[in-house]
Design a protein. Structure first.
Length: 93
């Protein structure tokens, strides 16, 4: 299985008209295919949802499935099977 590269970068804080910042969490998944086609899926959570572990986990799952759907039906089905079979720990190669 190829290495999975991740990048963590803090977003610029959102400011409203009164100068107070709102909380946000952004989840994004990119698939770069062999032909250099880039597919991106993202989701942004705001306010209380941005700090909720359950909402962040749901956003991770939904964003990964959205990127898989963009990559095609075979990738989408393979991703759904892997998520359904996931029991924790490192995935089998």
């Amino acid at each position: 299985m190829p290495d999975i590269q991740t990048n963590v970068s803090p977003p610029e804080p959102d400011q409203d008209d009164e100068g107070s910042g709102s909380r946000s969490t952004r989840v994004s998944v990119s698939v770069i295919k062999v032909d250099d086609t880039a597919l991106d899926a993202g989701l942004q959570l705001l306010d209380d949802d941005a700090a909720s572990p359950d909402r962040i986990a749901e956003a991770l799952l939904r964003t990964a499935l959205a990127a898989a759907n963009l990559a095609g039906p075979d990738v989408a089905w393979a991703a759904m099977r892997r998520f359904a079979d996931y029991q924790g720990g490192a995935p089998d190669a």
